[in-house]
Ligand binder design. Structure first.
Ligand SMILES: [Zn+2]
Length: 57
């Protein structure tokens, strides 16, 4: 009789509010100056899911 190996489904990561697009942004130190726009670009990373966004200051 063949052994039945239960297949473990990868559980969805607990993203908390991230799944509702409410991320916990932390500023990434690697902000840079965008010479095209002549502005300082701040990069933010979500500490939960690692998503990044930029904002122009
Ligand atoms: Zn997030």
């Amino acid at each position: 009789m063949a052994k039945v190996i239960p297949f473990k489904k990868p559980r969805a990561k607990k993203l908390g509010l991230c799944q509702f697009n409410h991320h916990k942004w932390a500023i990434d130190k690697a902000s840079y100056f965008d010479s095209k726009q002549g502005r300082l670009v701040n990069r933010y990373l979500c500490i939960h899911c690692g998503k990044s966004k930029i904002s122009l200051s």
